[in-house]
Design a protein around this ligand. Structure first.
Ligand SMILES: Cc1cc2nc3c(=O)[nH]c(=O)nc-3n(C[C@H](O)[C@H](O)[C@H](O)COP(=O)(O)OP(=O)(O)OC[C@H]3O[C@@H](n4cnc5c(N)ncnc54)[C@H](O)[C@@H]3O)c2cc1C
Length: 274
């Protein structure tokens, strides 16, 4: 059986700046990384390979340089890396992204029976957490989100049992295969690539699936297939900190001063009738 891990290459957002004039991300010279949540989706897929002998494929939709990130996954032990890249796929929102990913997964499923699709919980750039559920909906799979442990996969009865991290408690859920599993970061720790695998990955092929290969309706992909538009990106203005009551010694005086300030600035509302 096959496990598909969906990974997205994202800008290293600790180093991204916004152009104050155009309001867009400054992408020049920005390093790219594998989305930190997807690192755990990849590791969990490899653990399923270790436990059940599944084959692992990774898919990523993105520009041609996404190949670098896919190659890193080959060094960790995946069997097949597929880059979904075409000019027509560019500018996709979550609707169009989940469409292309779901179609690629369908094509893989035709060649090899699918056990699960594993995604990260969310990305650190788009941050919507919509793509995983979008894929599940399009493929009619159960969606298991916020998963912090895969308890068991029963390949005979075709069921998966997972633990979900919900608020302050945990929930054990069972679903039929194939299922879509979106994982949280606590689920595992990434393995290190071995030197022979790293050398092998440098030469290993990354398959490129463009739209000549996928033959998708162009009105369903990229900007044309997107239902949302980003109007503006901006950093919210930061209000400078203020030191109040420097030199006040009594806690009660300090509390009264703070309270008065918060009421004056409409942060707190003081109801004199109560
Ligand atoms: C009009 C418009 C134009 C946009 N143009 C671009 C653009 O040109 N380039 C761009 O990068 N973003 C673009 N975006 C943002 C884009 O919508 C999202 O980044 C993308 O759809 C994924 O959503 P997300 O990042 O919120 O992922 P989430 O829903 O937060 O991701 C959840 C999980 O889904 C999987 N996943 C998400 N995206 C991918 C992917 N591409 N490949 C494989 N797995 C994935 C990962 O496992 C991830 O952890 C655009 C958005 C809009 C609205």
């Amino acid at each position: 059986m096959l496990v598909v891990a969906c990974i997205k290459q994202v800008p290293d957002t600790t180093q991204v700046e916004i152009d104050p004039v155009t309001g867009t991300l400054k992408r020049e010279g920005v390093p790219f990384i594998m989305n930190p949540f997807d690192v755990h989706a990849l590791e969990e897929s490899l653990r399923l390979k270790d436990r059940y002998g599944f084959r692992v494929a990774v898919v990523s939709m993105g520009p041609p340089n996404t190949e670098i990130t896919l190659r890193k996954s080959l060094a960790l032990g995946v069997d097949e890396a597929i880059l979904l890249s075409d000019r027509a796929f560019g500018g996709a929102d979550t609707l169009a992204t989940s469409f292309v990913l779901a179609e690629a997964i369908k094509q893989l499923h035709q060649k090899n029976e699918l056990a699960a699709v594993i995604c990260g919980r969310q990305t650190i750039d788009g941050d919507t957490a919509q793509v995983g559920p979008g894929i599940a909906t399009r493929l009619g799979f159960s969606q298991l989100t916020l998963v912090d442990r895969i308890e068991d996969v029963d390949v005979v009865s075709k069921k998966v049992r997972v633990r979900r991290k919900v608020g302050g408690w945990r929930e054990i859920v069972e679903a039929p295969l194939p299922a879509l599993i979106a994982v949280v970061r606590e689920i595992n720790r990434l393995r290190y690539p071995t030197v022979p695998r790293r050398l092998m990955a440098e030469k290993a092929p990354v398959s490129l699936w463009d739209n000549k290969e996928m033959k998708l309706d162009e009105s369903m992909v990229g900007l044309r297939g997107s239902a949302t538009q980003v109007r503006r990106i901006f950093s919210p203005e930061r209000v400078k900190g203020e030191i109040l009551g420097d030199g006040l010694n009594e806690p009660e005086d300090a509390a009264n001063l703070l309270l008065g300030n918060l009421i004056e600035k409409d942060v707190l509302y003081f109801n004199s009738n109560r």
